[in-house]
Structure formats: C-alpha cells, structure tokens
Design a protein around this ligand. Sequence first.
Ligand code: MTE
Ligand code: MO
Length: 329
Amino acid sequence: MHFLKDRGFALPSTEITPRAVYEGRRVLLKQVAAGVAGSTLAAWAGREALAQAARPNKLAPLAGAKSGVAGSITMEKPTPYNDVTSYNNFYEFGTDKTDPAHNAGRLKTRPWTVAVEGEVKKPKVFDIDELLKLAPQEERIYRLRCVEGWSMVIPWVGYSLSELIKRVEPTGNAKYVEFVTLADAKSMPYVTSRVLDWPYVEGLRMDEAMHPLALLGFGLYGEVLPNQNGAPVRAVVPWKYGFKSGKSIVKIRFVEKEPRTSWVVAGPQEYGFYSNVNPKVDHPRWSQATERRIGEDGLFQKKRPTLMFNGYEAQVGQLYAGMDLVKNF
Ligand SMILES: Nc1nc2c(c(=O)[nH]1)N[C@H]1C(S)=C(S)[C@@H](COP(=O)(O)O)O[C@H]1N2
Ligand SMILES: [Mo]
C-alpha cells in the first residue's frame, strides 16, 4: 500500500490518512482480503509503539488555574499524553501522523516573537515570554475534532484570545483575524513541498475570535507545548475542525476581508472558511457523522457520534444564528 504514501504530495491531507482508519473495520477487512492493508497496519503499530513509550523527558512546567469560562472543561476522559503528542497533523514536518513527533525537535522556539498588526490602534511585536504573561494561564479541557474523522480530549494551558485582542484595540475596520504560522525551511523539511501553500494561514471572524472559548494555547498537561503540538504558541478553536487551530504562530493580523486560508486555497470544495464541526454536513469524500477517539482502544474501537459544533453548541451556536451552515461550511 505503498501507493498511499507516494500519492501523498499530489493530494489534500485527508487522502493521506489511511482510508481504513476513518472508514472503519468493514473497509479495512476488505483491504486485508485484497492484501493492501499492510502499511496501514504497520503505520498504526508504529504509532502505538510511540504512544506506549515511556515519556522521555518532561518539558518545563506551565501551570494553569482551572478555567471558569462556560463549557471550557469537558468531563470526558483526557487522551493520554503520549497519544496527544505522537499522533499529530503538522504538515511543515511531514504528512504521516508520527512525522511531527520525529521531526519537530529541530524547531527553535526561542527567541520567538509574535507580530500583532493590521487594523489595530496598538500594533505590537510581542516577545513570547511577554505574551505568556499577558493574562493568567488557565487549564481548559477541550475536545479536538479533526476533519479527517478522529478526535482527542486535550487539557490545554492558555488564555482566551480575546485577552490579547482587547489589548491591541482593533479598529472598526477589523472584521477578521488572520493567523500566520512559521514557515522556516531550515527546521521544517516540508515547507519546500507543495503539500500546502506556505506559510500555513488560518483565520476567524472577529466575533468568533472574541468568543471566550477561542484559546491562545501555550501548554498542555501542565507543561509547555511540545513542538509537535505547536510550540511555543498556537490557536485552539474547539468548535471548529482541528485545522482551524494554527500551530507555531508568528503573526496575528486584523483585516477587513476574509483571509485566504491555506486549506480553502488547497481545496475550496472540501474545506470552507467556517469549518464548524457539523455532523450533518459531510465532507465531499466521507461522512462527518461519527469520529474515532484516539488512544481509547485499538483500530476496531466503535465510533462515537460527532456533535454539532463539537459539543459546544450551547456556547457558540448564537454566533451563527440565521446563517446557512450548509453554504457556509
Ligand atoms: N501550522 C500548522 N498548524 C496546524 C496544522 C498544520 O499542518 N500546520 N494542522 C492542523 C490540523 S489538521 C489539526 S487536526 C491540528 C492538530 O493538532 P494536534 O496535533 O496538536 O492534535 O493542528 C492544526 N494546526
Ligand atoms: Mo485536522
């Protein structure tokens, strides 16, 4: 099943995910029968080995007080640390799920600055250590639902993005926020590839960005972010598909027009700007009705139903009142 890997460069990410994983056991068994599942199983076994490995060395502690933001602590069981940090999407480091864990060690997270600019009264280049202390760090336990059909539960450490936004004072022209992430060919082997349009760009409408659940994340499991999870700072937007949550941010721009985000550029029929988790709107190539929870069990774990807005409907539903969510997918 070599071909999946070889075709990787020509296709959007989701095609790279072993189909058997998201289509379930029935398809996998069919493929086993056809003799093509070898590398799917090998990839899965390799990832399992990484996930089971003892934690190498702990990262610097980053304490977060339990958040009081409504809906910010899910009662679901957090995904084990080793799964959260060994099954990743961070295409700058490769397209296999274990590539980021293997390759992101080269990323240098100090010195690091985040330029906040555009339609704001107080533009500023923040040093990462200043940004870390801008507001009290909180622990938020969020579900993360990838557009590929898997999910995790991650105890993040960070603070509401709105804390930063308030301080830079957006002008009346600021309608959207654009996140630009690092594209450094020296440390990121895939930014010279054509997998995506680099740098990785994502964006939110201003009211979405101001929602208290939208997080600027600096850590997980009480420690600073591992590089593969987007160190030293990333966005975490729990009601949207995972790709909206850009990793290793270097620039935050306030703009008037909807940003041209990397995934919309890559496949506008498949990835919309809104990307709200929605079990009723299928991806053109697969259903979004269910998801596989990483780390819970083996490859044959029963799927869970996917929830509207990833379970955050009570908190964020109002942002989309009156909008056609099939058109604005
Ligand atoms: N810069 C950057 N950010 C990114 C990605 C990426 O490839 N590059 N992948 C996205 C996708 S598809 C997902 S599902 C989440 C995964 O976050 P995690 O690996 O920490 O679980 O990161 C998102 N942020
Ligand atoms: Mo994703």
